[in-house]
Design a protein around this ligand. Structure first.
Ligand code: NAP
Length: 305
């Protein structure tokens, strides 16, 4: 066996699972298809992770990764492409090698949902973006629309405003889904909100030039000139690997677990946003810790508490 435990995904759940596993004496490896950090690293500001009144997602991610690196090596840019579970072990195929392990934690998180409207795909990277932290600075002094009405949309709009953009949120309903703290902050910094409005099309030759908006209340259509569109309409679970081996998913595609983060398949555990629920950094961390220590049950080790 190459490792006792493999952790797939280097977001807060995976990082914490690694810290708890190695401290409990488990020989573990962590794979991430990119540079780690997950969606947490893209968040402009995190204000509800205890101990940090305000910290950028990138900084918190760096701190967690450095903390984990004190204990174990992280295999970055190594994409897990296949899982095979047999009675005694799990075989993991990655973009670089294959590994035999005793247990696996799937902590693959979520990816940004797309609007699916005309112009979105063609103009992605040319004014259409899913990350204010990454792309906001390119549009300083210009107008940007943020589509969505949840916490993420307001966080993105607040960040854009603070970067010097003229940011307006476009929301399909007459009421935001976001928490009051974000609503208050958005109002304080001067984010404008267009309610009951659908974005129907994004227009532009080789960059975003304007959008077509549909007002649901009076059924009117209008065009608005903008330099950028930030899509922030929620996330979809990255649960394909789990589905391939028969892990049970809920109707939205999130991995079903029990409260000890066991899936329906022995040796396979899941943690973090891919399991749905509250989807907060703090809950992802907690689930990662629980999953790591529960995995001891199939590794011939005893959890001492
Ligand atoms: P979300 O809470 O699911 O909100 C998605 C928003 O996008 C909703 O307002 C939804 O409208 C809108 N929407 C969905 N599909 C759409 C479409 N096709 N066209 C137009 N609008 C669409 O997603 P999120 O804001 O990304 O947050 C995801 C999770 O992370 C949530 O659990 C959230 O609480 C959590 N989160 C927490 C924090 C925090 O600091 N506490 C920060 C970020 C995210 P409706 O309202 O009409 O459904």
């Amino acid at each position: 066996m190459d490792y006792e435990l493999a952790i797939i995904g280097g977001g807060p759940a995976g990082f914490t699972a690694g810290i708890y596993a190695t401290r409990a004496g488990i020989k573990a490896v962590l794979f991430d298809s990119g540079a780690g950090g997950g969606l947490m690293a893209l968040s402009p500001e995190i204000e509800n992770y205890p101990g940090f009144k305000s910290i950028s997602g990138m900084e918190l991610s760096d701190k967690m990764r450095e903390h984990l690196e004190k204990y174990m090596k992280i295999n970055l840019v190594e994409d897990v492409t296949k899982l095979e579970v047999s009675e005694g072990e799990v075989k993991i195929t990655t973009s670089k090698a294959t590994y035999d392990v005793g247990a696996v934690i799937i902590a693959t998180g979520t990816k940004h949902r797309k609007l699916g409207i005309e112009g979105e795909e063609k103009l992605t990277g040319r004014g259409v973006s899913y990350c204010a932290t990454c792309d906001g600075p390119f549009f300083k002094g210009k107008s940007a629309l943020v589509v969505g009405g949840g916490n993420s949309a307001l966080i993105e709009a607040i960040a854009l405003k603070q970067m010097g953009l003229d940011a307006t949120v476009v929301h399909r309903r007459d009421m935001l889904r976001a928490e009051d703290a974000y609503k208050d902050k958005a109002q304080e910094v001067g984010v404008k909100i267009l309610y009951e409005t659908h974005m129907e099309e994004i227009k532009g030759e080789d960059k975003v030039e304007k959008v077509v908006l549909h007002n649901v209340k009076d059924a009117s259509k209008s065009e608005m000139k903008v330099a950028a569109v930030f899509v922030s309409i929620g996330e979809e679970p990255q649960s394909q690997l789990a589905a391939q081996i028969g892990v049970e998913l809920d109707v939205k595609g999130y991995i079903k677990t029990d409260r000890n983060m066991r899936t329906n398949i022995k040796r396979v555990y899941a943690a973090g946003d891919v399991t749905g629920g509250l989807r907060q950094v703090v809950t992802a961390c907690a689930e990662g810790a629980v999953a790591a220590l529960t995995s001891m049950e199939v590794l011939g080790k005893v959890y001492p508490y």
